[in-house]
Design a protein around this ligand. Structure first.
Ligand SMILES: Cc1cc2nc3c(=O)[nH]c(=O)nc-3n(C[C@H](O)[C@H](O)[C@H](O)COP(=O)(O)OP(=O)(O)OC[C@H]3O[C@@H](n4cnc5c(N)ncnc54)[C@H](O)[C@@H]3O)c2cc1C
Length: 452
């Protein structure tokens, strides 16, 4: 099979397309469970090379699956139909950081945290902060429209994408958007590309919006005797006019796992972590105000001011994933999202599912956005097509949809949620997706086998 890509390899610099088994294996999966070996992996360094690769594959109808850091949670970069994996990790240059325009121009393979650090050195701020930021790429973040804890105040990746250079399925290079912070010229094609999961085009350059770096931070951690109290706390904070940059919640199972890994982890049945950023006086006032409100209902409250002590509180939150991993169980991480007023209903739903199916479930996440990571802790050896897990997920997703929620708030649909695509989205809306896909990639070369 790989013979059909050999002529392409000969047209490009030596080593740009690799066929060796170790490279194929290293590019066969992401952070989810599915894997598939491609026939070859390309590592272009320029847009012209990406264009040449796509034009070649388009003519011969060879599937192309684009790949960034390979840290997606839905199998989006898995080449389920074989063909070529197009890895953008060698296009990793930050081309420009402009303080006067408040923009950064970057290649797609730049690692998110590297961009955030580079702009912070110039007192600028790139807010999107998926927890994978040390490994995922800007291109992958754009293709999945990644979110993170800061979305409550700052929004998702889409809110920071001003312009895109995109190579279309047939190799045509187009530029959507601009470097201005506002642009009402034509349809929002930058928005169309953002979150398109590698199915409509390949992002080869992005112009991103930057903000001034907030000079100060403060945070608090509050422990509660029940998740109900913690969920009430979320409403009280926002209802009192405070807008934290992060507002995280965790349930009993998560905290118990955290305590097994670290005896100093919080003791309550549930917790909130609340963070503020802005001027020094502002974050102090916010911290005092919210502490006053929560003291009435929480069991214990710890406050922090300054980057270092805030980071210490966040270490507790970051420790959750590791603590769950240490249970030895297989973590099926879902990213369901409900309207904020239904967060407690979501916790009740997961408690019911836990009891009925006798499966441990850890739920924690971005309470301010109603986006809760519901982690089914499946028995060792569970595979992604396990019928029991499918039934449990089916119940979870059905419940979320009846709350006017969505089956994915961050990770996307990809392969993992493909079985639920038709249930989660109306027929007419699916038809619009299909028509857009046909208009931009009628031959179905880009990332075939996923949800469209
Ligand atoms: C520990 C961990 C924590 C995570 N936390 C979060 C979180 O807080 N929030 C969140 O939203 N997600 C999170 N994720 C999921 C994941 O990190 C994001 O989806 C991230 O955006 C993926 O980026 P990537 O570079 O790894 O993309 P990949 O996994 O390589 O690809 C993801 C999708 O994007 C497409 N793609 C990649 N690059 C391009 C490009 N240049 N042009 C067009 N299409 C492209 C691929 O085809 C694929 O469909 C987490 C994952 C892990 C493992």
């Amino acid at each position: 099979m790989s013979m059909r890509l050999r002529p392409l390899a000969r047209q490009l610099p030596a080593g740009l397309i690799r066929f060796d088994p170790a490279t194929l294996r290293a590019n066969s999966g992401d952070a989810w469970m599915a894997t598939a070996l491609p026939e070859a992996v390309a590592f272009p360094r320029t847009t012209t090379q990406v264009s040449k690769i796509l034009a070649f594959c388009h003519r011969r109808r060879i599937p192309v699956t684009t790949r960034g850091g390979g840290r997606g949670y839905v199998g989006g970069c898995v080449a389920v139909r074989g063909g070529l994996v197009l890895s953008l990790i060698r296009m990793r240059r930050i081309l420009e950081i402009s303080k006067s325009d408040g923009v950064a121009v970057v290649q797609p393979g730049v690692i998110t945290s590297q961009l955030a650090s580079a702009v912070a050195r110039k007192n600028l701020f790139y807010p999107p902060d998926p927890a994978s930021l040390k490994e995922s790429t800007i291109g992958g973040n754009i293709a999945t429209n990644a979110g993170g804890p800061r979305c409550l105040k700052y929004g998702v990746t889409r809110n920071y994408v001003l312009g895109l250079e995109v190579v279309l399925a047939d190799g045509t290079v187009v530029r959507f958007g601009s470097r201005t912070h506002k642009n009402r010229t034509g349809f929002d094609l930058v928005g169309l590309m953002t979150g398109s999961e590698g199915m409509l085009g390949v992002v080869t350059e992005a112009t991103l919006r930057l903000l001034p770096l907030p000079p100060a931070r403060s945070a608090l951690l509050a422990e509660f005797s029940s998740v109900k109290q913690a969920a009430k706390g979320v409403q009280t904070i926002l209802g009192s006019g405070f807008l934290p940059c992060a507002l995280e919640i965790a349930d009993r199972f998560t905290l118990a796992a955290a305590r097994r890994a670290n005896p100093n982890a919080p003791r309550g049945e549930s917790l909130l972590i609340v963070e503020f950023d802005g001027s020094a006086a502002g974050v102090r006032a916010d911290l005092n105000g919210v502490s006053r409100i929560l003291r009435r209902s929480c069991q214990r409250l710890v406050t922090a001011t300054g980057a270092k002590s805030c980071e210490q509180l966040w270490q507790i939150r970051r420790g959750f994933s590791y603590a769950l991993r240490d249970t030895g169980l297989v973590k099926l991480n879902e990213d369901v999202t409900v309207p904020r007023g239904r967060v407690l209903d979501l916790f009740r739903l997961t408690a019911r599912i836990q009891k009925k199916h006798r499966i441990p479930i850890s739920s924690f996440g971005h309470a301010g956005d109603g986006n809760i990571h519901v982690n089914l802790m499946a028995p060792v050896g569970t595979r992604y097509n396990d019928p029991r897990m499918h039934r449990i997920l089916d119940e979870l997703f059905r419940g979320v949809l009846t709350m006017d929620g969505v089956i994915s708030g961050e990770h996307g649909i990809g392969l993992a949620k493909k079985p639920w695509w038709a249930k989660a989205v109306a027929r007419e809306v699916r038809l619009v997706h299909f028509r857009i896909k046909r208009a931009l990639d009628g031959a179905g070369v880009l990332n075939p086998g996923k949800f469209i």
